[in-house]
Design a protein around this ligand. Structure first.
Ligand SMILES: Cc1cc2nc3c(=O)[nH]c(=O)nc-3n(C[C@H](O)[C@H](O)[C@H](O)COP(=O)(O)O)c2cc1C
Length: 184
């Protein structure tokens, strides 16, 4: 399957981007093709419904990859109980043609223990884009962020628990993506 991951932080050393790479590696190891769009490395213009920016090279590339995707992973930092501005801006360039009938895994990184506000809002956006929310999401928060930056090594049982949780949610997403692909 073709899987697109959109890493929605505007920060070079972002933990949500590190999480995106980690999940991307898991998906690649299972034999799927992964395209990671890091919105820090590939900034998009501000969306305008008047059409400016729609022919920007990075926008066109994202839209093309999304059209070819069988499943989508969205990652955001938790900002003020919501998703980042850059991720929302990227999603505004996309529509139901890019998401309809496709499995979507939502992930977030929060300063607090969990980032469920951003994840709840991300899943509401996915529903409006006619994507299919995967039943499990991935939230990392607090100290888990530095564990992830260290590759989840050396944190005894806690690091293993987090790694198991990320693996389980990723497999659940891939199973759903395989189930619903070609049914559109
Ligand atoms: C503008 C701003 C707003 C934030 N709001 C929240 C918040 O509402 N809840 C929270 O737990 N952390 C909040 N944080 C902390 C970030 O969620 C945390 O640093 C996160 O790991 C950033 O993700 P990143 O490493 O992918 O950039 C906020 C940080 C910034 C810069």
């Amino acid at each position: 399957m073709n899987i697109v991951i959109i890493a929605g932080s505007n920060r070079k050393a972002a933990t949500s981007t590190r999480l995106s790479s980690y999940v991307g590696q898991l998906i690649s190891q299972k034999g799927h093709s992964v395209k990671l769009f890091d919105l820090y490395e590939t900034p998009l213009p501000f969306y305008s419904s008047e059409g400016t920016g729609h022919d920007h090279e990075s926008v066109v590339r994202l839209q093309q990859a999304m059209r070819e995707a069988d499943g989508v992973v969205l990652a955001s930092p938790e900002y003020h109980g919501s998703i980042s501005g850059v991720l929302k801006n990227a999603l505004d360039f996309l529509g139901q043609d890019h998401f309809r009938g496709k499995a979507v895994l939502s992930m977030s990184s929060a300063g607090g223990a969990v980032g469920t506000s951003s994840l709840t809002q991300l899943q509401a956006i996915v529903r409006n884009l006619h994507g299919i929310n995967s039943p499990e999401w991935i939230s990392i928060g607090g100290a888990q962020r530095s564990w992830l930056m260290d590759g989840l090594n050396g944190y005894e049982g806690a690091g293993q628990d987090l790694s198991d949780r990320i693996h389980r949610a990723t497999v659940t997403f891939l199973d759903l993506a395989a189930l619903v692909r070609n049914k559109n």
